[in-house]
Design a protein around this ligand. Structure first.
Ligand SMILES: [Zn+2]
Length: 194
């Protein structure tokens, strides 16, 4: 069964070990922030630093694993039709809207959406880590400067994760202008159990 995350919103999803989560960009050019926590202890949380360290790359795609702050594998990337994702930047938030878009209305962003969705699991605002930003396109140039470019994902593109432990996942349809090429679109997802 396909689920839809409406534009500029977010959800919490429970995965058991072995379950698969397929995140789909139905219209193309849309980012989805993903955070993961262990269901046994939500203080065990997805870590970009541990992941870059163990995977020895920042280009995380099919075959890569996403690690926790306690050095356990949380998710495998089993399949990826895009190959361009970001794991450097934190979820967009009220403060980042004020910083980057001072003339536009402030939105609570992925950060606020994740805080609300994950509140029921005891996850608090200060616990939200750097998200694995599915389909987000953040090239880094030779001087180390980074920029937020439109996603290269096309309608129907997807990424499939497999859970390595029982997890709580926070997943959004991103709310920031630059991340999504200036328009806000939905994100679809599907879960395959076991
Ligand atoms: Zn966002």
């Amino acid at each position: 069964m396909m689920h839809r995350i409406e534009p500029r919103s977010g959800v919490a999803i429970e995965l058991a070990k072995g379950d698969r989560l397929i995140v789909i960009d139905p219209q193309g050019g849309q980012v989805s922030d993903l955070v993961a926590m262990s269901r046994a202890d939500v203080r065990e949380i997805i870590s970009n630093g541990r992941t870059f360290d163990y995977e020895e790359t920042t280009r995380l795609t099919t075959g890569a694993r996403l690690w926790s702050n306690r050095s356990n594998i949380m998710l495998d990337i089993e399949d990826d039709s895009v190959g361009v994702h970001d794991f450097l930047l934190t979820p967009c938030a009220k403060a980042t809207f004020r910083h980057f878009y001072p003339d536009k209305p402030v939105h609570r962003g992925c950060f606020g959406n994740l805080v609300e969705a994950l509140d029921q699991y005891g996850v608090r605002a200060d616990d939200i880590p750097t998200a694995f930003n599915v389909f987000m396109n953040v090239p880094v140039d030779r001087e180390g400067r980074l920029s937020v470019e439109p996603p290269v994902s096309k309608p129907g593109d997807h990424i499939r994760f497999r859970a390595h432990m029982d997890l709580v996942i926070g997943l959004t349809a991103c709310s920031a202008y630059a991340s999504n090429g200036g328009s806000f679109k939905p994100i679809d997802y599907r879960i395959e159990r076991g």
